[in-house]
Design a protein around this ligand. Structure first.
Ligand SMILES: Cc1cc2nc3c(=O)[nH]c(=O)nc-3n(C[C@H](O)[C@H](O)[C@H](O)COP(=O)(O)OP(=O)(O)OC[C@H]3O[C@@H](n4cnc5c(N)ncnc54)[C@H](O)[C@@H]3O)c2cc1C
Length: 391
């Protein structure tokens, strides 16, 4: 197969590059290129600008704002966004609950939620994992008991990313405790301002605030907020998780990190050992990119939402390379990377670290998450062993 972009796809990439480098504030892109996290406003504003141009949810059905693009064009769109350091749309909105509502929701639910979800007027959170249900998600215990035209929800979710910004949460809940695990689960949309919902921060080693515990105590949820049918939630959850086959590879992000390593390494790159390490990373990133393109080339022929075990290879390798690149940056900076703030470095007697380097250590810590979320790397290896190597 031909892995080079066609003339049309090159022109498409050019159009996307122009869009992402001209329509979004330079100061925000500059901050993100230095390794800072996008703020809530950065993310909301960026998603609204994309939506204004019809480019926030290209993979949705066209009647709800999608574009009739090929999988490769969708990949180019996402890649050019990251390369231009533009904040990505809220993944929970655009890649997760939006496509689920568009596919399984009632017409009323679609009209109520999809436009606001595309425009980030609602910020969604993902309520799947629980303290004893992560890799083994189907063991979840949060209950929803029907009471007239409402459900009463009790239980706890955990690791809920950015729930501090969440307006609504899509929750997996147990509606039939007697049924076999997967068959007693439903998906409920819950307004996070409902009485009985409590969000509690989990403090992370990188000093940031990114994940939460969310508690539900006798939370009353209108029955009309049930997605699709009762006890079919596992089907919708599988559809949701199978939706993005290639995005977890994070190739554009790895490229950005390698570029940052090279920028900050400067003359250190004359050292042959360091140069070899950087080159190895670049070669592996290129190999990963080719694998992504190969998967995309055959994606068009797979039924939508059907899990493809090859995505496990991309996730496994991509997360390892994301972590390798953040480790390399720390090594390049040496002791200066230990300073969380410029003032700390100076107070500890180091020269001020190069611009942007102060985020190196938090980024290193933060990206340990890549081998845990979206299916831990051990679980991915299990899938590869079973589904690809047929052990
Ligand atoms: C930063 C971050 C953000 C997250 N955001 C969200 C979110 O927004 N919403 C949400 O619902 N969840 C979220 N999660 C949760 C995430 O999906 C789970 O952490 C993940 O599924 C692993 O589950 P666990 O943490 O319970 O670990 P466990 O499942 O308890 O695993 C513990 C260890 O055992 C290993 N293990 C487990 N099962 C197997 C197996 N079958 N074979 C081999 N090894 C195994 C794991 O690899 C791991 O090393 C997030 C997690 C992180 C780290």
């Amino acid at each position: 197969m031909d892995l080079a972009l066609s003339k049309e796809d090159r022109a498409f990439a050019e159009r996307m590059r122009d869009f992402f480098t001209t329509e979004f504030p330079a100061d925000v892109r500059e901050r993100i290129s230095r390794g800072e996290h996008a703020t809530r406003d950065d993310v909301v504003n960026a998603q609204r600008t994309m939506n204004e141009h019809g480019l926030a949810v290209p993979h949705w059905p066209t009647e709800w704002g999608g574009q009739d693009w090929t999988p490769l064009q969708r990949h180019i769109w996402a890649e050019q966004m990251v390369l231009a350091h533009v904040p990505s749309p809220v993944v929970f909105n655009t890649a997760m609950i939006g496509p689920v509502i568009a596919t399984f929701g009632s017409q009323e639910m679609k009209e109520r939620f999809l436009p606001k979800t595309a425009n980030c007027d609602i910020w969604w959170s993902q309520g799947f994992s629980e303290p004893n249900a992560g890799s083994d998600l189907a063991s979840l215990k949060t209950t929803a008991v029907r009471d007239g035209d409402e459900y009463i929800v009790n239980g706890q979710k955990t690791w809920t990313t950015l729930a501090q910004y969440g307006d609504w949460i899509f929750n997996l809940v147990r509606t039939d405790p007697e049924a076999p695990k997967q068959r007693g689960i439903s998906m409920l949309l819950i307004d996070m301002k409902s009485p009985g919902v409590t969000v509690r921060p989990i403090h992370l080693i990188d000093g940031g605030y990114e994940v939460n515990e969310v508690f539900f105590e006798d939370v009353r949820v209108p029955a009309e907020n049930l997605v699709g049918e009762e006890n079919k939630g596992w089907t919708y959850a599988k559809f949701l998780l199978g939706n993005e086959r290639t995005s977890n590879a994070g190739v554009a992000m790895i490229k950005n990190r390698i570029a940052r390593v090279k920028r900050l390494a400067g003359p250190l790159l004359d050292d042959p050992l360091l140069r070899a390490r950087v080159t190895r990373l670049e070669i592996e990133a290129t190999a990963l990119e080719m694998s992504v393109l190969r998967v995309l080339a055959r994606e068009a022929s797979l039924p939508h939402g059907m899990p493809d075990p090859t995505s496990s290879v991309l996730k496994l390798k991509g997360s390892e390379l994301q972590q390798d690149a953040s480790e390399l940056l720390v090594d390049v900076l040496g002791p200066a990377a230990l300073a969380y703030r410029e003032s700390d470095a100076v107070a500890d007697g180091f020269a001020a670290p190069p611009e942007g380097a102060v985020d190196a250590m938090p980024t290193y810590f933060n990206w340990r998450k890549a081998s845990i979320y979206a299916g831990s790397n051990e679980v991915q290896r299990g899938i590869i062993a079973k589904a690809i190597l047929k052990f």
